[in-house]
Design a protein around this ligand. Structure first.
Ligand SMILES: *Cc1c(COP(=O)(O)O)cnc(C)c1O
Length: 423
């Protein structure tokens, strides 16, 4: 049996209707921006394997750090114990995070990072004896698939089956260009009409909804409205973190600072699942008490796994090299060149670029659904041509590993341009 055949016997894949989906491609090997399947067909990973892998597949530097940690201390429980990798990682992150972020809580993935942030927002007010139980989130947000994260997510078919079982959310429009005031007004109204504990947002770029972008100035103002009204702000940087927007964090474009941040995905360079939620001291202090009931009773078995911390430390040091910063600037420059080339194409309605993120929207007669036929046609075309891209409805986005070569990028652009001929 091929790997594909064995897979379909035993495995259940994410976001997959197995009755209609093609069999998954069995990947045997990866290096840099490239992947090879069981038939040795080569693919360019133009979405960094769901945005986790900036430094390239099978990165030796990170692998060595992991090996060294595995043969020193692979894991120890974090309840009642601590270890150097977690402490050094915390020190290094606190150095580069917005300077109000002073406490770190470890978990396992983006959804749990968000879950922790939302639970903390709710318990923060509970601990102070205030009744605030609603969370504000953007339309079409994506914050993950666990229950609170899913509630905050606004892409409806992810959550349809669970309506009525989710925490209270009020949704406000995304402040895309020209609609900023709608967003400000909706936020003010939400705060006035509900007992809002927190506002969660993907700063500057909404990833899963198709790299929808909005301006730092607008987010500054939304955060200010929250601060004036004692609503905690949560920047979900799970996608945007660690260089994707051209700065280390999307929040680095802001003058305001969020109360909490969620980090995962590229945190460990795409090697070991790990996440961190970060907090201001004020938030930590609301849980710091003689009363045990005021503690945060949340934890995961693998909290602060030392091997994950070692992978994160190695990743961070790669990010901070001049070479990697040059790569980010280079990918951005190529994107801007391609944007100029493609934006007037008759099938293209809009394009957008921020950092290493490029997106274009394809003209369609009817609204394209998230996993609709246009999307599937495009996806199949890209795969046939050896490029891994996962369009969202009629939106094609590129978010490559920073180490992708110019030649590989040109191939990705060419395949995207060719795809416009088949739609
Ligand atoms: C991917 C993502 C998540 C969820 O992360 P998982 O590791 O898949 O649970 C949360 N928020 C944002 C912004 C994301 O892009």
């Amino acid at each position: 049996m091929t790997l594909q055949e064995k897979d379909s016997q035993y495995l259940w894949h994410p976001y997959t209707q197995h009755k209609t989906a093609a069999l998954p491609i069995a990947i045997k090997r990866g290096e840099g921006a490239l992947l090879w399947d069981e038939n040795n067909k080569e693919y360019i990973d133009a979405i960094a394997s769901w945005w986790v892998n900036p430094y390239g597949h099978s990165n030796k530097f990170i692998a060595d750090a992991i090996y060294k940690q595995l043969t020193t201390l692979e894991h120890v429980l974090f309840g009642g114990f601590t270890h150097e990798p977690a402490i050094i990682l915390a020190e290094k992150l606190i150095e580069i995070l917005p300077n109000n972020q002073q406490k770190l809580f470890f978990s396992d993935n983006g959804s749990t990072a968000v879950e922790v942030a939302i639970k903390v927002a709710l318990q923060y007010f509970f601990n102070k004896g205030e009744k605030k139980t609603t969370i504000i989130a953007f339309d079409n947000a994506f914050h993950g698939d666990t229950f609170a994260a899913m509630a905050a997510s606004g892409i409806s078919f992810f959550t349809e089956a669970f309506q009525g079982m989710l925490i209270d959310i009020v949704r406000i429009p995304v402040p895309i260009k020209g609609r900023e005031q709608d967003s400000f007004d909706a936020l003010a109204k939400a705060i006035k009409n509900h007992n809002c504990a927190g506002f969660i947002f993907e700063p500057l770029v909404q990833g899963a909804s198709g790299m929808v972008m909005y301006e730092p100035e607008t987010l500054n103002k939304l955060i200010r409205i929250c601060k004036e009204n004692n609503v905690l702000t949560i920047a979900d940087e799970v996608m945007t973190g660690f260089g994707k927007t051209g700065k280390t964090f999307a929040c680095d474009y802001l003058t305001e600072q969020p109360d909490m941040m969620c980090l995962s995905k590229a945190l460990t360079g795409g090697t070991i699942p790990m996440a961190i939620t970060t907090f201001t001291k004020d938030i930590f202090d609301a849980f710091y008490d003689e009363d045990i009931n005021k503690a945060l009773f949340h934890g995961h078995t693998f909290t602060a796994n030392p091997t994950g911390c070692a992978a994160a430390l190695a990743s961070l040091s790669l990010l901070q090299t001049q070479e990697m910063q040059d790569n980010i600037a280079r990918v951005n420059k190529r994107h801007l060149e391609f944007q100029k080339h493609i934006e007037s194409h008759p099938k293209v309605t809009t394009t957008r670029v921020l950092g290493v993120i490029f997106a274009l929207e394809i003209q369609t007669e009817t609204a394209a659904s998230y996993y609709g036929s246009l999307r599937n046609k495009l996806y199949d075309f890209f795969i046939e041509n050896g490029v891994v891209l996962r369009p969202v409805g009629n939106i094609v986005y590129i978010l490559p590993p920073y180490v992708i070569t110019d030649e590989q990028l040109q191939k990705v652009y060419q395949v995207v341009e060719k795809a416009l001929e088949i739609v």
